[in-house]
Design a protein around this ligand. Structure first.
Ligand code: SF4
Length: 255
């Protein structure tokens, strides 16, 4: 295979390979249990600083007690706090949930809006959450950038941005609108399973043959020069080859 040499080419190849590895629609790939946009919004707010598994443990009771924005808007905060306590930061999250429900009720007739500006106007809803709702619940273009998406996108040379909004705009220029949500969710899965933060498993990665960051030098730190004398043939770390591969690829990604 000819290695893709541009960010656009790499994005295309990443999209195709991850789609084969992690098949399904954005809704299939979303790990948060939900049936409606409102439920997904509640679950996504609860997922801040919390695992999806833990969120999925508490949401059935939350959804049963507060099935609509109207019911949550009228909730006793103490009751919400008790239900969501296991997800952490439960007082702040309770404020966000009730505020979101009241705003949805007051300004959007009880229907979760789909426009990004409307979504981000709701308490507790940032751009990442808004893009989750757009992409997963409404099937609209939306590319949430979380820590995994940002890290993998930089390693793959798709963006150089550390700011999530800038990274999102860079990725939007590379990924077709209809594929953005699933692309983001697949990067998250790959970031959790293979391209982990501390020690990416490049040797097991299906993107390694063209990823500009495979075998980064900092993951194979240079050793001191081989000691002279007997047995002075200490192995040279694999930094030289990596350095040669990474430098031009990074230059291309920021060109
Ligand atoms: S090759 Fe390594 S750095 Fe690149 S995406 Fe795969 S695991 Fe991450």
């Amino acid at each position: 295979m000819v290695k893709p040499r541009s960010p656009k080419g790499r994005a295309r190849e990443v999209t195709a390979r991850l789609a084969a590895e992690y098949p399904g629609t954005a809704k299939d790939l979303c790990a948060l249990d939900h049936e409606t946009p409102f439920q997904l919004l509640v679950a996504t707010i609860l997922s801040a600083q919390c695992t999806d598994e833990r969120v999925n443990m508490v949401t059935p009771a939350v959804f049963a007690r507060f099935p609509t924005p109207a019911s949550l808007a009228e909730a006793d905060p103490r009751q919400v706090e008790e239900l969501i306590r296991p997800t952490g930061f439960f007082r702040n999250k309770t404020r966000s949930l009730i505020g979101m429900a009241r705003a949805t009720e007051d300004r959007f007739g009880g229907e979760v809006p789909s426009a990004i500006d409307d979504l981000t106007s709701l308490p507790g809803v940032g751009r990442k959450t808004a893009n989750v709702i757009r992409g997963v619940a409404f099937g609209l273009p939306g590319l949430p950038v979380d820590t995994h998406v940002g890290r993998l996108s930089r390693r793959l040379g798709l963006t150089g941005a550390t700011d999530p909004v800038k990274a999102e705009l860079d990725l939007n220029a590379l990924v077709p609108p209809a594929q953005r949500a699933a692309f983001s969710l697949r990067l998250i899965l790959h970031g959790r399973r293979v391209c982990v933060a501390r020690r990416p498993r490049c040797e097991a990665c299906l993107l390694a043959d063209f990823c500009p960051s495979a075998e980064l030098p900092e993951r194979a730190p240079a050793k001191a020069a081989a000691p002279a004398g007997r047995g002075g043939g200490a192995q040279r770390p694999s930094t030289t080859r990596a350095s040669r591969r990474v430098a031009p690829a990074r230059a291309r990604s920021t060109a």
